[in-house]
Write a protein that binds this ligand. Sequence first.
Ligand code: HSE
Length: 370
Amino acid sequence: AKRVGFVGWRGMVGSVLMQRMQEESDFNGSFDAVFFSTSQAGQKGPDLGFDTGILQDAYDTKSLSSCDIIVTCQGGDYTKKVHPILRKEGWKGYWIDAASTLRMEKDSIIVLDPINMDVIKKGLSSGIKDYIGGNCTVSLMLMGIGGLFREDLVEWLTSMTYQAASGAGAKNMRELVSQMNHIGKKAEDLLADPAGSILELDRCVAKTIRSQDFPTDNFGAPLAGSLIPWIDRAVEDGQTREEWKGYAETNKILGRKDSPIPVDGICVRIGAMRSHSQALTIKLKKSISIKEAEDIIASSSGWTKLVANNKEDTLKELSPAAVSGTLTVATGRIRHLKMGKDYLTLFTVGDQLLWGAAEPVRRMLNIVIE
Ligand code: HSE
């Protein structure tokens, strides 16, 4: 049996990965699992309902290189530190990683198998060993509308995002709830009086979120009761790195290095917990009817769910509240824009920790194991 090393299984993405692997009975004896830790080597492995052994040292490259496959959710700094050493020492195993570090390397594939199984297969047969999960926004966009790319209908696309706190990390999710709690507490008395002045309530909330003791250490600004139109660091031409990834990663996932499709937009953090949403404007290469668009979009993946463009279905099914914790990527509000029948707009939402992070990595492991 192949030996599979897991690094970073305790963090947020790693925990979701472990949970999904248990749900799908991936630990079924078809490989030997070895668990590594950057800080607790020698202690007992995780409680996953089978003997997970003793934790190995995640910086011990001898021990790591005894694995045929390494799956890591430990983050980019770990990848930066350990991956080059392993490769330099001649390790030829498969490296499956959720972090962005290696995504744009020449010798890596960004994995999203419902969308780019052809690219993955080509990579495997040409001997590529590094398989990296994509940026959550990009992966969710492709899971939501991939059919339009498959039919080569997209001339260009802009994505305006509504990204959840989870994309920034576990501490940020806590901070969002703590901000909400803060607002709720300060406003409690005013809220209790239904006939109370709405402007007084609004003043109270505004004062709370601007106050010195409002918890903003992680986001650097209020998110609850507000939003943050900046994600990650600046790159060139006024873009943020999150926005830059839209073009770079979409085209790499689709294997379109030589004929890239323009993808750009503005990435915004909003007060959702773990599901990213995005509003897309799509310039089509030709006019198509809404029925055609819906059929193609519905066929994007086995997890894409078409939501009818009416209020009732939209409120019920097209939101972070509706899809969080599920593998469903919902796409709705599909209609032509006033600019013409070759302009489509729509809204799509999916769980940032599932298809946005852990699921493509989990599935890539299964692809390599088979
Ligand atoms: N960079 C994303 C975000 C998450 O901040 O929402 C990881 O892809």
